[in-house]
Design a protein around this ligand. Structure first.
Ligand SMILES: [Zn+2]
Length: 67
């Protein structure tokens, strides 16, 4: 197809932004400084998940990709 994708993928941009968010567990307060957010998307929204290595609680955030 004639469509070309240049530059940053929007998901990469969102991931960069989210990497700056503190990964402090709301359940036990563990600060997973090296933690990363797993991302998945269905095209309409992006879901971020982070599981706490201390207590195992999964923190999830969903961001809508509204235009
Ligand atoms: Zn925790």
């Amino acid at each position: 197809m004639a469509t070309s994708n240049r530059g940053m993928n929007p998901l990469d941009t969102l991931r960069d932004r989210f990497d700056e968010v503190e990964t402090v567990c709301p359940a036990c307060g563990y600060d997973d400084d090296d933690g990363t957010w797993a991302t998945e998307t269905d095209g309409a929204e992006v879901r971020y998940e982070h599981d706490c290595p201390s207590c195992g609680k999964v923190t999830a955030h969903t961001i809508s990709l509204g235009r």
